[in-house]
Design a protein around this ligand. Structure first.
Ligand code: GRF
Length: 224
């Protein structure tokens, strides 16, 4: 039985990925608990989700900081106060700097609604449709300096159909975002992730935890 790790979650909006992490931490799908949710937007709906679940929340207003680095230092200070082991970016709409990445090197993950390194940045689903790709999907990766960059942990592949709109594709991808983020967190919790340069090696020995059932049962769509 692995110990419960402490998560920090950074959000800016709706917080559906946050909700999936909240649910999974409550029902034992992941061996992790959320120590704090931080938002850079005071009206982020994710804050309501966190409060409804008695999770500590904090709003940090970027306007009160002279630079991105100063903002990021404040975030680190608050995460450290809460003894955060793993930091999750979940719809956090800011570029993060080394001031945040360095103290959490290989302990910050991001989720992105495309098969990175294709279509980083905003409107990934729109970019995918405009390029006429036959498959898109989502990616969880460790965060490094650079937009949506860093070693890839897990991806889910989603077919794109002729009739897809941005909304329909986004909705289909989102369903898998909610699954793969949990798997990535649980892999981290069990110490199975080893970063080697650009790559993440996943130790798959004796994977029994229920959160992994999608990897083994559905290997075409989700791959670590
Ligand atoms: C998700 O599509 C995520 O991949 C991207 O921003 C969106 C956030 O959605 N980084 P939510 O706030 O988790 O619902």
């Amino acid at each position: 039985m692995s110990k419960k790790i402490r998560l920090g979650v950074l959000i800016s909006g709706r917080g559906s990925n946050l909700q999936s992490i909240i649910d999974a931490s409550k029902n034992g799908m992941i061996d992790a608990e959320i120590a704090i949710v931080i938002s850079d937007k005071k009206d982020a709906y994710g804050l309501v989700r966190a409060k409804d679940n008695n999770i500590t929340t904090l709003i940090i207003n970027p306007k009160e900081y002279k630079s991105r680095e100063d903002f990021d230092k404040k975030v680190v200070e608050e995460l450290n106060k809460c003894n955060v082991d793993l930091l999750l970016l979940a719809g956090f709409m800011r570029i993060v700097t080394s001031a945040l990445i360095e103290p959490f090197r290989n302990r910050i993950m991001n989720i992105h609604p495309a098969l990175l390194p294709s279509f980083p940045g905003l409107d990934a689903q729109k970019q995918a449709l405009e390029h006429g790709v036959r498959f898109s999907g989502c990616t969880v990766h460790f965060v490094e300096e650079g937009m949506d960059e860093g070693p890839i942990i897990i991806q889910a592949v989603i077919p794109v159909t002729d009739n897809d709109t941005i909304d329909s594709l986004s909705e289909r991808i989102l369903k898998y975002e909610h699954k793969i983020y949990l798997i990535a967190v649980q892999l981290f919790t069990e110490g199975r992730l080893k970063v080697e340069g650009r790559r993440v090696k996943v130790n798959k020995d004796g994977m029994k935890h229920t959160v992994y059932k999608d990897i083994t049962g559905d290997t075409v769509l989700i791959n670590v």
